[in-house]
Design a protein around this ligand. Structure first.
Ligand code: NAP
Ligand code: COA
Length: 265
């Protein structure tokens, strides 16, 4: 089965694109011909990702930033646009997660995740807005099943990612008239990623997750990347405000994670 897209001549930046799913997304755009930018907190990850995303004649650009710092985000995206031109596709995927029952979660723990996922998404969207190609620019927010399914140990993430989906929908309304599209992608359980290592760390846990996915397998970063290639392209020219699950149907069955129910010790 072929699933190919042509991004030759396009500029694409992936915020939080230096590891895991988001790096897979960045790689897919680079392989499809785009000029890439990536950004995250740790300089060594940024450097390695930019080196790995450079293609003949198209060096990838890397930016060190924390999405909680609106000024740093604005400077990085402005610098990328100055170098690479109007932005055709921006993917916003920086996130933090750890399992914790609400009773054990400090206000600062809740805030840390909401600040990275939700405020960070807003900071990235707002910073990108002036630099997107008009018409035709596409902004994609990486969401999670937690946006749609309530989960024990995940009150902070559920609240943050539900907010991310609403940012997606509100901006789709505000920016649609300017020829911009704003959509979201919900990855399912993706193998060998930091997120899944934290939530399903044992073989038994991964087996339970697999049984909950109608397609009976974990996904890959490439599975998620193809959804982003679609949303960024003219094939999705009338898709605006959608949140597309690339999850093998996991959300439909409740996206159960093998973490203990509330009330357990
Ligand atoms: P990951 O490898 O930890 O990726 C997170 C990325 O965000 C890294 O590049 C990280 O780099 C960056 N980042 C984290 N905090 C940041 C901050 N404050 N400012 C700037 N960059 C920051 O995790 P992943 O599991 O692949 O998850 C990627 C995305 O998919 C997330 O949005 C997650 O919610 C979503 N998702 C994942 C799964 C899954 O199965 N893994 C399922 C559903 C949704 P630095 O460390 O250098 O900052
Ligand atoms: N359980 C409960 N609380 C936790 C926790 C855990 N496992 N990990 C962190 N916290 C709390 C801290 O105790 C702190 O609260 P406090 O000040 O009341 O003690 C608060 O969260 C902030 O922690 P800190 O380590 O200062 O945050 P940070 O901004 O350096 O890091 C995290 C943010 C905690 C989300 C960190 O895990 C991270 O950077 N994650 C990015 C990678 C990731 O999560 N990938 C998966 C994406 S799905």
């Amino acid at each position: 089965m072929r699933a190919s897209f042509d991004y030759a001549g396009c500029s694409v930046i992936v915020i939080g694109g230096t590891s895991g799913i988001n790096l897979g997304i960045a790689r897919a755009f680079a392989d499809a011909g785009a000029r890439l930018g990536v950004a995250s907190r740790r300089p060594e990850k940024v450097e390695a990702a930019a080196a790995g995303l450079s293609r003949d004649g198209r060096p990838a650009l890397g930016y060190v930033l924390d999405v909680r710092d609106a000024t740093a985000v604005a400077e990085a995206i402005s610098a990328f646009a100055a170098e690479a031109g109007p932005i055709d596709v921006l993917v916003s995927g920086a996130a933090g997660n750890f399992p914790a029952l609400a009773r054990d979660l400090s206000p600062n723990g809740f805030k840390a995740v909401v600040d990275i996922d939700l405020l960070g998404t807003f900071n990235v969207m707002k910073a990108a807005y002036p630099y997107m190609r008009r018409p035709g620019g596409s902004l994609i927010n990486i969401s999670a099943p937690q946006a749609q399914v309530a989960m024990a140990h995940q009150v902070h993430v559920c609240a943050a990612k539900a907010g991310v989906d609403m940012v997606t929908r509100c901006l789709a309304i505000e920016w649609g008239p300017e020829g911009l599209r704003v959509n979201g992608v919900i990855p399912g359980p993706i193998a060998n990623t930091e997120g899944m290592e934290r939530l399903a760390p044992t073989p038994e846990a991964r087996q339970l997750v697999t049984e909950g996915v109608p397609m009976r397998r974990f996904g890959s970063p490439e599975d998620v990347a193809r959804a982003c290639l679609f949303l960024g392209s003219a094939a999705a020219s009338y898709v605006n405000g959608a949140v597309l699950a690339a999850d093998g149907g996991w959300v439909l069955t409740g996206a159960a994670l093998p973490i203990p129910p509330p009330g357990s010790p």
